[in-house]
Design a binder for this molecule. Structure first.
Ligand SMILES: [Fe+2]
Length: 274
């Protein structure tokens, strides 16, 4: 039996990227010589990371940047006016300033807006990685001057991660470094690469596998969102980070289940010496 491939599609070169994916899907059920991967997915397969521009519209990024700054301001107001230890006060709803990865900066887990984007970009992330994905959780943070992100690898729910630049204020560097852009570094078998992002751009990377980090931030502030996925039916597949639904805070997670996955990954790292 002939094994059809994309080479059998006569007008393949004239198709848009979207149409190429559709065409590949249409011949998927016919025996093929090789599966189709988009150029981004090919790069991801080889490098375990890939940069994708304009995953969300610039106007949407502008809105989200204001949203994150307002959340941080709101929480600082709460901190100055409310007793956090008062009964009924639920920190997980408002975010916090004490994430050990970026102490003093505003961070928030599983916000409804960002979890909605997480679900919304799932299929695009699949096209860019060549993998079937399950969304786990979103997280966002407002970095401030001096914050660095130490070299690290992530927990199982971050198997495939996309870090998105939302917006930044580098007005303090206008004279000294007008083109300043804060790189995120990833390390793979080919070495270390610094990747620059503009609002709406992401770097997708294998979070449990590649070391990643940032040097101290020099601007005033920068909002970043993190969108985490697992490979569907892969070794973790922790749907919604063990929450019953997207948009719920970390208080709704099944911590016992998450612990089991983390222990399995720790053991694998120990066995591999990584
Ligand atoms: Fe990370």
């Amino acid at each position: 039996m002939k094994q059809y491939t994309i080479d059998d599609i006569e007008n393949y070169d004239q198709l848009s990227e979207k149409e190429k994916v559709k065409a590949a899907e249409m011949i998927h059920d016919i025996p093929t010589q090789e599966g189709y991967l988009t150029p981004a997915a090919k790069f991801f397969k080889e490098n375990h990371w890939v940069k994708i521009e304009n995953v969300i519209d610039k106007k949407v990024a502008e809105f989200l940047y204001e949203y994150v700054k307002l959340e941080a301001y709101r929480l600082s107001m709460i901190e100055h006016t409310l007793d956090r230890k008062a009964p009924g006060y639920d920190e997980s709803v408002w975010g916090d300033f004490h994430d050990p990865q970026a102490p003093g900066d505003f961070s928030r887990y599983g916000d409804l807006t960002f979890d909605t984007i997480l679900a919304g970009i799932n299929s695009q992330m699949e096209e860019c990685t060549g993998l079937k994905l399950s969304p786990t959780y979103s997280y966002h943070r407002l970095y401030t001057k001096g914050t660095e992100l130490k070299r690290h690898k992530d927990r199982p729910s971050c198997e495939i991660s996309a870090t998105m630049c939302i917006g930044y204020n580098t007005s303090n560097l206008q004279d000294k470094k007008p083109d300043y852009n804060w790189p995120m570094f990833v390390k793979n078998d080919n070495g270390e690469t610094g990747v620059n992002l503009n609002p709406g751009d992401v770097i997708i990377y294998k979070g449990c596998e590649l070391e990643h980090w940032r040097e101290p931030y020099e601007g005033m502030n920068q909002a970043q969102a993190f969108f985490h996925f697992n490979e569907k039916q892969g070794k973790f597949d922790i749907l919604y980070d063990c929450r019953p639904a997207l948009g719920l805070t970390q208080k709704y997670r099944n911590e016992e289940e998450l612990k089991k996955h983390k222990e399995a990954l720790d053991k694998e790292r120990l066995d591999n010496g990584s």
